[in-house]
Design a protein around this ligand. Structure first.
Ligand code: NAD
Length: 358
């Protein structure tokens, strides 16, 4: 096949470090950044993405071109395609899988619940089935989500907290993935690490996320709904800059133990780890808007409305001491600095004429 010829004949997947990583969801926001970071330090990288139309495909294609220029090839395909996954493992002896393909977003579940089951549950199981059957078994690092904390009201969120009150189908599927990971680790000795991301933002970001469409709507002069919680309560997010998250992902790959193929109870058992990757500094959404107004030099037309029950939770706030201890994870980018980089990218991407102004 076409991809097979390209992969076999190119230097794309050759590793200078011993690490060879299959990145699923490589044309996604986080996948693009992680793939580039891995490639730059000399790891072997191959991407997989189904280029679905959940949001702007043109943006995904632009990310793909960026990856191409960096030397990362992205195979078009679905994580539910077991034959394709097995073929990928035939061609490249991946030591690790960075699994970022998923149906993201909490609100879209009201329109298309099945896409969450397809990608986040069936796709996840399919990927683990293939990983358990290849030899040697790769270590797996995958994206869980802060949304698993759901209606938990204890802050900051710690990995030990209960996660049995998801507020959306999206959160429920991520929580299910953590349970599925536990079972595959226990039975098949797969080494699996789950990373609970907290509202990741930055250049090449996702158009369905608030910081992105706020920017778009401010520039268009469109009215912006700012949610408030019950009793005028603040809605806040622990916004985490993409470069910080990428460092956490790479540290998780680097510290992952080998899969043992012998079940979690045996000697030298493969690990199952779960980490928060947040920023520990929740910021009210109204403040997010003020920073964007300042950066864009345009006043937003705000309209405060009470938060609908659409899958969002009122606040998120990560305790990251475990990730610090085990991964050396230490975010360094504050929201203002990170948004400045996002806005610079946004203006350059959507209006190259204005790029010079930045
Ligand atoms: P994204 O939507 O930009 O990236 C996901 C990519 O996976 C997309 O390019 C999509 O085309 C691809 N994909 C989806 N289903 C697929 C399938 N069945 N087969 C193959 N490819 C498929 O999202 P992102 O923001 O980069 O998120 C990456 C991961 O991190 C996801 O698992 C997401 O749930 C999780 N996450 C993200 C955030 C965040 O703030 N961005 C927060 C928490 C968790």
């Amino acid at each position: 096949s076409d991809w097979e010829r390209r992969v076999r004949s190119s230097a794309h997947v050759r590793s200078k470090t011993g690490l060879s990583v299959l990145v699923t969801g490589a044309a996604g926001f986080v996948g693009t950044h992680v793939s580039i970071a891995l490639k730059r330090r000399g790891d072997g990288v191959l991407g997989l993405d189904n280029f679905n139309n959940y949001y702007d495909i043109a943006l995904k294609m632009s990310r793909k071109s960026l990856l191409d220029r960096t030397g990362v090839f992205v195979v078009e395909g679905d994580i539910n395609d077991a034959d394709l996954l097995r073929k990928l493992f035939d061609v490249v002896a991946f030591t690790h899988v960075m699994h970022l393909a998923a149906q993201a977003g909490v609100r879209y579940a009201m329109q298309n619940p099945n896409s969450y089951i397809h990608s986040n549950i069936a796709g996840f199981v399919n990927l683990l089935e293939v990983c358990k059957s290849v030899n040697p078994q790769p270590a797996i690092v995958w994206a869980s989500s802060s949304s698993v904390y759901g209606l938990n009201s204890k802050v900051p969120f710690s990995e030990k907290d209960r996660t049995d009150h998801p507020a959306s189908l999206y959160a429920a599927t991520k929580k299910a993935d953590e349970a599925i990971a536990h079972a595959y680790n226990y039975i098949h000795g797969l080494s699996i690490t789950g990373l609970r991301f907290f509202t990741v933002y930055g250049p090449w970001g996702r158009p369905d996320m608030a910081y992105f469409f706020f920017t778009k709507d401010i520039l268009k002069g469109k009215e912006i709904s700012v949610f408030e919680g019950p009793n005028h309560g603040t809605v806040a997010r622990d916004f985490t800059y993409i470069d910080d998250v990428v460092k956490g992902c790479l540290a998780a790959l680097d510290t992952a133990k080998k899969s043992t193929g012998s079940g979690g109870k045996k000697k030298g058992a493969a690990q199952l780890r779960i980490f928060n990757l947040g920023n520990t500094k929740p910021v009210p959404v109204s403040k997010l808007l003020s920073i964007l107004e300042k950066l864009l030099k345009v006043k937003a037309k705000r309209k405060v409305v009470s938060m609908p029950r659409n899958g969002d939770v009122q606040f998120t706030h990560a305790n990251i001491s475990l990730a610090y201890k085990e991964l050396g994870y230490k975010p360094t980018t504050d929201l203002e600095t990170g948004l400045k980089k996002f806005v610079k990218w946004y203006v350059g991407y959507y209006d190259p004429k204005k790029k010079s102004a930045w």
